[in-house]
Design a protein around this ligand. Structure first.
Ligand SMILES: C[S@@+](CC[C@H](N)C(=O)[O-])C[C@H]1O[C@@H](n2cnc3c(N)ncnc32)[C@H](O)[C@@H]1O
Length: 262
């Protein structure tokens, strides 16, 4: 396997998990909205008329993009997410599809906006290749993602309990840098920012991951139910990290703006 590929959960499982979470997602997605708003603020001030919200989820940002640029297009792997997004509107087409193989014509877009979706793609070089193909010369790819270090507290606490992969894997920031540099797109901005959320207890953190659809689906996760003894051991390990604000959960957020040469 080429070393730039990341081991991520099977796409059907990702789609099913996000479809199941579509009804609860908006109530718990405050970090996602915050990051998406920052990504919107980073867009070059141009009038993008042919745009795509890639990995649109329930369509919060599809709606905001439409208010700014007029109706565009939205695409997601999860049909359940698309059902919610269609109700919000903002796109002429809501497409079930995969960021690694876009069902769109060459040179057909001015802007691809993608908030916190591509961390689910094992082959990020393929995502960049597709962006390069479907953007017109001068077109912009703006994405946010998560990189290694995300949910590090949860990963470390599980390490104290057993050796299984309990936390989704994330690409190293250096891999984002290298893959963007090799993409043929011009990198206008690429940076990483840490953001730490706090939870009253472990149950609140794991519930929020589940309601987002972002709980662990990885190959290598333990089969069957996680026993009460191991959960108690996990909670005890995580308690060692408690601060005055609660149990910390850090997200390493990547922001990037790339442009296709004219
Ligand atoms: C954390 S949600 C973000 C949704 C939305 N962009 C937002 O900001 O609220 C991630 C979304 O990416 C979608 N997704 C995951 N892998 C994808 C892929 N390969 N192609 C397209 N969408 C994908 C999921 O179905 C999910 O709706």
């Amino acid at each position: 396997m080429p070393e730039y590929l990341l081991v991520v959960p099977d796409k059907r499982q990702v789609a099913a998990s996000f479809s199941r979470a579509a009804g609860s997602y908006d109530a718990v997605a405050s970090l996602q909205r915050e990051v998406g708003a920052q990504l919107l603020a980073r867009l070059p001030s141009l009038a993008f008329s042919r745009w795509l919200d890639l990995g649109c989820g329930t369509g919060h940002f599809t709606r905001l993009l439409a208010e700014r640029f007029g109706a565009g297009m939205a695409l997601d792997l999860a049909e359940g997410m698309l059902r919610h997004a269609r109700l919000r509107g903002g796109a002429r087409h809501f497409i079930a599809g995969d960021a690694e193989a876009l069902p769109l014509r060459d040179g057909s877009l001015d802007l691809i906006y993608s908030n916190l979706a591509v961390q689910w793609c094992g082959d990020f070089a393929a995502v960049l290749g597709e962006a390069q193909r479907v953007l017109r010369p001068g077109g912009v790819l703006a994405f946010s993602s998560l990189c290694a270090g995300t949910l590090g507290e949860l990963r470390d606490s599980w390490q104290a309990v057993d050796g299984f992969t309990h936390v989704n894997r994330f690409r190293a920031f250096g891999d984002y840098e290298a893959l963007c540099a090799d993409s043929g797109l011009q990198v206008l901005a690429l940076e990483r920012q840490a953001r730490t959320l706090h939870f009253p207890d472990l149950r609140a953190l794991t519930r929020s991951l589940k309601e987002l659809g972002a709980h662990n689906l990885n190959p290598g996760r333990p089969g069957g139910l996680t026993g009460p003894a191991r959960i108690r051991a996990l909670a005890a390990a995580y308690e060692g990290l408690r601060t005055a604000e609660g149990l910390p959960a850090t997200y390493q957020v990547v922001y990037a703006v790339l442009c296709k040469s004219r």
